[in-house]
Design a protein around this ligand. Structure first.
Ligand SMILES: [Zn+2]
Length: 198
């Protein structure tokens, strides 16, 4: 592995240092309000904030594998930030997906890492219950296909660099970064905490 990987103790990608996998702190009212605003609908089944913008707002939520209404929900790491989802949609409209699929087909190391990412994803989700309908099903096309960059980038943002090789590459290609805040209400998710302590 190249030495450049270790320039920063947590990796060289801009989202290093905000790694969040279970266990999670329970989401606050302010965090859930920001997520609902991002989604344009009430947030459902959120068990934690899995990645954040530099301003503190959520970019990825962890969602229970069975929603409160009983629906199985495989996408444990769900990308919520509008600018991030738009950037992934833009990437999906280019030739990036077939290119990443070809990389997966041609590079045994990437394929092995992608399988490990799939297993890590399932292990993280299993901490919130086993749901038979989605048993063995992760997200984004893992472990052998590239179907949804939103899901793969969400996993990469949550788990940190070096876990999901396709999500890492999608973020590298993206015009969006959690280090350049493009939130409608920067810091709104953490403001309530500051106010209550003042
Ligand atoms: Zn922000």
């Amino acid at each position: 592995m190249p030495a450049a990987r270790f320039e920063h103790p947590l990796g060289r990608l801009p989202y290093a240092g905000r790694v969040t996998t279970p266990p999670f702190a329970a989401p606050t009212t302010a965090e859930l309000a920001v997520v609902s605003a991002q989604l344009g609908r009430p947030a459902r089944g959120v068990v934690g904030i899995a990645a954040r913008c530099v301003c503190g707002n959520p970019t990825v939520v962890a969602t229970t594998p069975r929603l409160p209404d009983g629906t199985p929900f495989p996408t444990f790491y769900y990308l919520t930030h509008p600018a991030a989802t738009a950037a992934m949609s833009t990437l999906e409209a280019t030739q990036v997906m077939p290119e990443l699929a070809a990389l997966l087909a041609d590079d045994a190391d990437v394929a092995a890492a992608y399988l490990s990412a799939h297993e890590a994803y399932l292990a993280d989700r299993a901490q919130f219950g086993d749901v038979s309908e989605i048993d063995g099903i992760s997200a984004g096309g893992m472990p052998t296909r590239v179907k949804c960059l939103h899901a793969l980038a969400g996993h990469a943002l949550a788990a940190g660099p070096g876990v999901n090789p396709i999500g890492d590459r999608a973020l590298e290609r993206s015009s969006w970064s959690p280090d350049r805040c493009r939130c409608e209400a920067p810091g709104a998710a953490v403001r309530e905490v500051e106010d209550s302590s003042a």
